[in-house]
Design a protein around this ligand. Structure first.
Ligand SMILES: Nc1ncnc2c1ncn2[C@@H]1O[C@H](COP(=O)(O)OP(=O)(O)OP(=O)(O)O)[C@@H](O)[C@H]1O
Length: 339
């Protein structure tokens, strides 16, 4: 279809044109997602110095997903989790969890959100469990705060401890349990009031590798058996072995994702495949991995060219490459310096 003639022929304000434009408008970002972070910015002021902990972060999580958020120390993981758990408000952007708009919530709504919609597991076991209560009393505590009847509390606390594989710890206090057992009981506490999302901040940070694996597998079974959406924040890259999707944050933005799926070989046997993707944000930006930049000495201005099936990024400085890039640009009709 000749686009120019359509535009010229149509009366600019006709109802038909407006209706067509409205139909063609893309759906709102993350309209059907359970968690939506759009261009999130969080700036801290510390002793007169500004720290940009989140720098325009975009993230969507669908209902029922099990997602790990990884990143180096200082990349902004804990800041993101503080925002999502309703403890902190971003400087700019949009953030929604289920029907809650976390930018505009009142203090009272914040309390209700934290009680009804989200559960937490923190790195420090002391923050998760009351030391003088048994495992089952710890799980029942948030249920009684929510005003649930005694018998129901008992039955559901026992069922949760069972799903987490720590039913045998029901009558033990935290001091009588191992670190891994305490974290699994902490997951049960986080799930006590059937939240839509369970957030875990470095839940395996104080555990050895074998125990960490048990705790991550416990999160996986919670996700599978109870259908709870789970977001685990960690600096441990091995977490991606346990989840379908790992999002990496770099410099306060989502930079790459690893997706795992089960593939079938020609002989019919199944195997796990992990694929890494760079994330293109809403403004069209991607982060080039540091090793790519270093290997090709990409600094400052670079050349972007649109090829038949991909976009190429080259050094902008060399005359030879400049010639190459211009001929590519002529071939495809595009070619520009990246800003
Ligand atoms: N309350 C605060 N005041 C000032 N700066 C802060 C504050 N909280 C975090 N920051 C800074 O924001 C940046 C991101 O911190 P954040 O704790 O979110 O990173 P992280 O990825 O969770 O790191 P870690 O893995 O070490 O916990 C860091 O530079 C940090 O120093």
């Amino acid at each position: 279809m000749d686009h120019r003639s359509t535009v010229q022929d149509a009366p600019p304000t006709s109802l038909a044109v407006l209706e067509e434009r409205a139909r063609a408008r893309p759906e709102a970002f993350g309209r059907t997602s359970l968690i939506v972070c759009e261009s999130l910015v969080r700036i801290y002021q510390s002793e007169g110095i500004e720290v940009q902990a989140l720098q325009g972060l975009d993230l969507l999580v669908e209902e029922g997903e099990l997602v790990a958020v990884v990143g180096a120390s200082g990349s902004g993981k804990s800041t993101l989790l503080s925002v999502l758990s309703g403890l902190d408000v971003p400087t700019a952007g949009n953030v929604r969890v289920a029907e809650w708009d976390l930018m505009t919530m009142t203090a009272r709504e914040r309390v209700e959100y934290r009680r009804s919609t989200v559960g937490f597991v923190w790195q420090q076991t002391a923050r998760n469990l009351v030391p003088y209560l048994t495992a089952k009393e710890n799980v029942e505590l948030p249920m009684s705060l929510a005003g649930r009847p005694r018998q129901q509390r008992r039955t559901e606390a026992a069922a949760l401890l069972d799903v987490l594989g720590v039913a045998y710890c029901a009558d033990r206090r935290p001091g009588q349990m191992s670190g891994g057992e305490q974290q699994r009981v902490a997951i049960a506490v986080g799930l006590a009031n059937s939240p839509r999302v369970l957030f875990a901040d470095e839940p395996t940070g104080e555990l050895d590798t074998a125990t960490s694996n048990d705790v991550l597998e416990a999160m996986r079974s919670v996700n599978r058996e109870l259908g709870t959406t789970v977001v685990v924040v960690t600096h441990d890259p091995s977490v991606s072995d346990h989840v379908q999707r790992t999002v990496e944050i770099r410099d306060g933005r989502t930079s790459s994702e690893v997706l795992r799926r089960t593939a079938t070989r020609d002989d019919g046997t199944e195997h796990e495949v992990a694929e890494e993707f760079a994330v293109l944000d809403r403004a069209g930006r991607i982060q080039l991995p540091q090793e790519y930049r270093e290997t090709l000495d990409l600094v400052g201005r670079v050349r972007l060219t649109l090829e038949q099936s991909h976009v190429a990024v080259r050094r902008g400085q060399d005359a030879a490459e400049t010639d190459d890039a211009s001929s590519d640009a002529h071939r495809t009709g595009h070619g520009r310096r990246a800003r």
